[in-house]
Design a protein around this ligand. Sequence first.
Ligand code: MG
Length: 404
Amino acid sequence: MVPRWRSGSAGSALGLPAWGAATGPRGLAPYASRPEWSRGRRVPEALAPDRNAFQRDRDRIVHSTAFRRLVYKTQVFLNHEGDLFRTRLTHSLEVAQLARSMARGLGLHEDLVEALALAHDLGHTPFGHAGQDALDACMKNHGGFEHNLQSLRVVDVLEQRYPDFDGLNLSFETREGILKHCSLRVARHMESLEPHGVAHRFVAGYQPSLEAQLCNLADEIAYNAHDVDDGVRSGLITLDQLMGLRLVRRFHDEAVREHPGLPAMGRRRLLSEVLRRMLSAQVHDLMGTTGARLARARPADAEQARQGSALVGFSPAMRADITELKRFLFRALYRHAQVQRQTQRGKVVVHDLFEAYVQRPSEMPAEYAQRPDTHRAVADYVAGMTDRFALREHERLTGQRVFP
Ligand code: MG
């Protein structure tokens, strides 16, 4: 059988509009991913009567254990530092909201972007990037650790909820979109296990689906905005510092011009309004830039849209402004001594836990303790932990309290 996902003329065969028509059935553009053309699941399953394949993926993600754990995982600020800071869960919800509204505007498949957004951080360790760096160092001689690969591992292997398969048995398009980046060495290894699989594009050099491209940028829009918000809330960065950035200054001035009374209403409200305008501007820029590129490239279907350079993106001017903001956040927030001090402690916790479980695997639940690949089992177990569970386990195993 000719795989349907390869067929460039399948659109007309199925009565879908030629390019030119703005959108097809249910508002989908010709270049949107379509669940009915899905390359399917690793373990074949009957179609659900009431949901398309991507909706079913999204539902499985929302009901997974890894998804619930995101609520107690660090984004930038450690989970116990304050109740109002973003966690991985609220971050993922913000990404999903942004990605869905942009997908709707561009005629892309909303259910696929929603599934991808909700799953994109499932593989993150406790204590944010510090936790991942520590775990990667621990796994140096055992294949390393990378949170993005781990997200795929969570949905492919680690979730254990169904009688017929390990993992969530998601459709190919969702699994492929979850694998955002991958070294050539790892991609070749994955290809040897799953030929023409989710890592194929890294070997053959083509783009991820438009839905996956959109999710990556929605992730960026979301964290740039909420890290500014959380950064100011924490007191580590100030609005005055932010005024040195083009993006902030422009929307601050615009907001004050339209609402002269705004500065007197408090800094919180002023910042929220500036961030809201910044976010909208990035969304509109992305939609305009992407729409223009799509109109020029006129991809006949989702597969053709993946050839050549990425079609989803910002204008060069917006990209430059976003880069300026990111550099600032890196310098002033992520590298701030106070954030570093906390994340350094997170690293110690991850490192100590890893050592303790490798020496005494029986301290882990049986399904991890009994695995023959001890180091990978420990990495999977530690990576799945929430911040506070990791701290409890650390205290239990070492008798130390790292965070006073
Ligand atoms: Mg993210």
